[in-house]
Design a protein around this ligand. Structure first.
Ligand code: FAD
Length: 473
């Protein structure tokens, strides 16, 4: 008889649930260590305070989650999540102008973060191989610099114990303690890059006006990094139960207020007032909530010369991005899929953790670059990164980005190419494809849209004369 194999996951957030789903395919038993008590339904909890704010799940991440936990997207739809086709279902004021609403092949899931987490958690924990120790804190790693053999934990009564494991995945999010825990095992300091725009978030949930069509689009007014002013943006996101979740954000020097009275004023001061106009017709369902947990921080575990067998770090614990790009959850999902590939290739062999740390780092490199290379354009950004790629664009590269951004507004081929990168469904390098270059050459004259491209029924919501509908938003 062979001995039972066991994996331990530190932190049962979204990345932890996806890691558990992967590990359950390759070991006999998975134990998740989670500090919080899980709510019974789609509710907020202490360990994920950012859940109050807009959480967009791009198709690159959504497809990865579906491949690891089949049926998740249907379960989300059944629970009221919206599936927005991109760019058809978004009224989007990009830095270059209004985006034409082409059908497109990418999509985005919009729902409250609490609902997203709940559906994924229900799916992951339905696997009988996965157990959770709630109200339990991971306090360190056991083993040596050559091999991690388990996790030290403390339960709610303060009792300390050790969980032995063949494989440990740390997904404790931004407060990750792994650099400290590795130092205790005798490993050197982990290199880290930080790019901090100082961006602050303010979010308020509204009831959509009566009669709003169920297909009402997301509305997004993006910041324009070329203005030299702090980046201010807003997103009105349709979520379950006929609600609009509205997140406003501003980089250092342009932060949104967090008092209820000034919320709409800030929205009116964006590059276009459309979100403010819509909010005048909607009913707030609670107070404004703020967040400043937004810094781009990447830890380069893949650069350590030696790496203990049996350990991997994933999700925000590995790399947290400025949330304005909406890539955190998708990055975690792509990382989980990379782990699955490595475990499928080599099982629990000694080299798997080493290969997985490199594969996971590669999976998050795209979103890391998308966020940081854009963020350094805003005044007041503190760039503490040593990554030489995080530098102002050369003139040619900027000219290409401007051409791409402008042509994507009115050319469906260019739009699809740009959208698949934004949705993390294709790598940044796909923008070099001959297919796209040819489309860019052809993209010549165009007529700019002179205002938000709403349909007649959507415009009726804006103008306050929408007919009562049978279904809510
Ligand atoms: C304001 C804001 C808006 C965002 N918007 C988006 C968006 O639109 N789209 C998107 O994709 N991403 C977005 N993100 C990013 C997203 O929230 C994160 O990428 C995602 O939550 C990462 O998941 P995670 O599981 O790695 O970490 P978390 O969700 O932070 O979960 C960590 C878990 O570990 C537990 N834990 C931590 N330490 C321990 C320990 N020592 N012992 C036991 N348990 C522990 C915590 O209780 C928690 O359950 C946003 C982030 C912020 C701040």
């Amino acid at each position: 008889m062979t001995a039972e194999t066991r994996a331990v996951v530190i932190g049962g957030g979204l990345a932890g649930m996806l890691a558990s789903a992967v590990l359950a395919r390759h070991v006999d038993r998975v134990t998740v260590v989670e500090r919080d008590v899980y709510p019974d339904g789609p509710q907020l909890r202490k360990g994920v305070p950012q859940a109050r704010h807009a959480h967009l799940l791009w198709s690159g991440g959504a497809r990865a989650i579906e491949s690891l936990l089949p049926g998740t997207l249907t379960a989300l739809a059944d629970a009221g999540a919206h599936r927005l086709h991109l760019p058809r279902d978004i009224v989007w004021y990009t830095p270059y102008g209004w985006q034409t609403r082409f059908p497109g092949s990418q999509f985005m899931i919009t729902a409250s973060r609490a609902l997203l987490d709940w559906v994924v958690r229900e799916k992951a924990l339905a696997n009988p191989k996965v157990e959770v120790l709630q109200q339990t804190d991971a306090t360190g790693l056991t083993g040596s610099a050559e091999r991690v053999t388990g996790v030290r934990v403390r339960d709610k009564d303060g009792q300390e114990s050790e969980l032995t494991a063949d494989f440990v995945v740390e997904t404790g999010g931004r407060p990750s303690q792994t650099p400290k825990w590795l130092a205790a095992l005798g490993l050197p300091e982990v290199e880290e890059d930080v790019v901090d725009t100082g961006i602050a978030y303010a979010t308020r949930i509204y009831a959509a006006p009566a009669g709003t069509p169920a297909t009402f689009p997301m509305v997004n007014v993006a910041a324009d990094p070329a203005t030299g002013r702090p980046g201010q943006n807003g997103a009105l996101v349709p979520i379950e139960d006929g609600r609009w979740l509205v997140t406003l954000a501003g980089t250092r020097g342009g932060e949104p207020p967090t008092d209820d009275d000034s919320f709409i004023d800030f929205a009116r001061g964006l590059r276009h007032p459309v979100i403010a106009d819509l909010l005048e017709r909607a009913e707030p369902l609670g107070p404004v909530q703020g967040s400043r947990s937004t810094v781009n921080r990447r830890r380069y575990y893949e650069r350590l010369e030696t790496w203990p067998a049996g350990l991997l770090v994933m999700g925000d614990a590995l790399a947290g991005f400025n949330p304005v790009y909406g890539h955190g959850m998708s990055g975690a999902a792509l990382g989980a899929r990379a782990l699955d590939t490595e475990l499928t290739r080599n099982g629990l062999a000694d080299g798997t953790a080493d290969a997985a740390r490199r594969a996971v780092a590669e999976a998050i490199d795209g979103p890391w670059l998308l966020a940081t290379t854009q963020d350094i354009c805003y005044p007041g950004t503190r760039n503490h990164a040593k990554d030489p790629r995080i530098a102002p664009r050369e003139q040619d590269a900027q000219a290409f980005a401007d051409l791409l951004g402008t042509a994507a507004l009115y050319d469906p081929v260019v739009s699809a190419a740009a959208m698949q990168v934004t949705a993390l469904a294709a790598p940044l390098s796909s923008l070099e494809s001959p297919h796209l270059v040819a489309a860019l050459r052809k993209a010549g004259q165009h007529t700019e849209l002179d205002g938000p491209p709403f349909t007649e029924a959507e415009r009726a919501v804006l103008e306050g004369d929408s007919a009562p509908a049978l279904t809510g938003a």
